[in-house]
Design a protein around this ligand. Structure first.
Ligand code: FAD
Length: 442
């Protein structure tokens, strides 16, 4: 069911994922004897119509605790009840419903640590049931052709990098979870910050599209940790990251305008600068800061960016370049395959300093030091910024410090083969702090 009134319209990369994911789902349903019916339109109109045509006695769905989805669910329930059709919503998108985590005033929590403590105190979420092995074929209902939804790009087809990196669908999601728990989880606590290693699960787009639920991930992870005690620390850290997904979604439930409004309203008067050229240089990975450029090029090519690098590029945009976090959020929204209505704006606000439990604005990442710390040999930069490949590790995060000879022997001409830094770090930092001082006074 594609209901275009259900929240924010997905960006280009997410539309590509959705098309592949639906194709995979159709194949899995067909293999069990059923068929996937695709229909487009307002859910509260189309689904009851289908229920009447097919003689369905009940309609079940996965509930989404976000305002536009909840409004649709209420209309759908009422329309089905009028027809005498039973309906039920199941909360598989979250570990716990937002109603279970409230403070004394009945509001959601805005600090992660107590939030997560409360989630853990509730114990394991209910264990999901396995998918049915067989489906009885239903009455013939006409389905839209997936191609008619025009989700995947054709003219031009820019999705080659996404295809290279990803296989959407439940089977691939399960395989990725299995691999993660078997191998990567062991080193997760230490490696998760290293963009030069395969140190994280890569599950975010699968979770975003419901190919795997957080409850399945939770139970599989707990089971793996019970089987092998050495996995314990990695799994605890991993589950707390899943907790951030949960936290972001609870925030979105309480603040439906999370993508447009500062959670901390003193940021409403922040003197953002609007500069299309600078924003375009950032989007294309041409800022002259290798770790920033590597991240943005990785995003453009694969539809994801390592979490550590997301923090660095976001901080660079809002602090060094003084560009509104909403512009960065919108770029991520269009280019990420895991673009999520909760996690994306909540993390942007967190980095910008205006969000819940946010990093303080005055903490400005130094992109060179971040590169040296988390990509010490420059492996990640060399992969995504090939024009710097010939530089030695000690210079790869600061090509502007190389001597003319060093640059020449690496085949680099600053300002020609690779940009000069778009802004000097110390100057950018100072400018950011004085902009922040304005709203602190105001
Ligand atoms: P793992 O480290 O394996 O973590 C497991 C799961 O935990 C992830 O799949 C994800 O569902 C969740 N998770 C991990 N870190 C976070 C976090 N900081 N916030 C929320 N959930 C988290 N994540 C998205 O899923 N969608 C987004 O649109 C998104 N936008 C972001 C924007 C910015 C500016 C930043 C700094 C982070 C953003 N993140 C977003 C969070 C994080 O970068 C990704 O979830 C993570 O990189 C996905 O890789 P993984 O699945 O290998 O993560």
């Amino acid at each position: 069911m594609l209901d275009e009134t259900a929240g924010r319209a997905p960006g280009g990369a997410a539309r590509w994922w959705l098309a592949q994911s639906l194709r995979a789902l159709g194949a899995e349903i067909a293999a069990r004897g059923g068929s996937l019916i695709l229909r487009k339109g307002p859910a509260a109109g189309v689904i009851p119509e289908e229920a009447r045509e097919s003689g369905a006695r009940a309609v079940y769905w996965n509930g989404i605790a976000q305002a536009p989805h909840q409004a649709i669910e209420r209309r759908l329930e009422a329309a089905l009840a009028k027809l005498g059709v039973d309906s039920q919503s199941f909360p598989g998108d979250l570990l716990v419903p937002p109603s279970a985590i409230r403070n004394k005033e009945g509001r959601g929590l805005r600090v992660f640590t107590p939030f997560w403590r409360r989630v853990l105190s509730l114990g394991d979420p209910p264990k999901p049931l396995p998918a049915p092995k067989q489906l009885r074929p239903g009455p013939k209902i006409v389905s839209d052709r997936l191609e008619s939804w025009q989700l995947a790009p054709t003219k031009p087809d820019w999705a080659g990098g996404l295809r290279e990196r990803w296989t959407p669908g439940e089977a691939s999601a399960r395989a990725r979870l299995r691999d993660f728990l078997k191998t990567i989880a062991r080193g997760y606590a230490g490696d998760r910050d290293r963009p030069d290693r395969v140190g994280t699960s890569g599950l975010s787009p699968h979770l975003r599209f419901g190919e795997l639920s957080p409850r399945q991930v939770w139970h599989a992870a707990r089971f793996a940790a019970a089987e092998d005690a050495a996995l314990g620390p990695g799994i605890e850290k991993f589950l707390s990251e899943l907790g951030w997904r949960e936290f972001c979604r609870h925030l979105l439930h309480d603040h439906p305008d999370l993508a447009t409004e500062n959670l901390q309203t003193n940021f409403d008067g922040f003197p953002w600068q609007s500069d299309g050229k600078v924003l375009a240089a950032w989007q294309r990975g041409r800022t002259g800061y290798p770790i920033v450029d590597a991240g943005l090029r990785e995003l453009w090519h694969t539809g994801v960016m390592h979490n550590r690098v997301r923090m660095v590029v976001a901080s660079f945009l809002v602090k060094h370049l003084l560009i509104d976090w909403r512009d960065g959020e919108a770029w991520f929204w269009d280019t990420l395959v895991d673009a999520d209505a909760g996690s994306n704006p909540a993390n942007w606000q967190w980095v910008a300093g205006c969000g819940a439990d946010a990093a303080p604005y005055f903490r400005v990442f130094n992109p060179q030091l971040q590169g040296e710390k988390f990509d010490p040999d420059g492996t990640y930069v060399r992969r995504w910024v090939p024009e710097l490949q010939g530089l030695p590790a000690k210079l790869i995060h600061q090509p502007w410090q190389a001597t003319p000879n060093e640059l020449a022997s690496a085949g680099v001409t600053l300002g020609k083969t690779y940009p000069q830094p778009i802004v000097d770090h110390a100057r950018g930092r100072e400018r950011a702090l004085s902009a922040y001082a304005k709203i602190r006074k105001g």
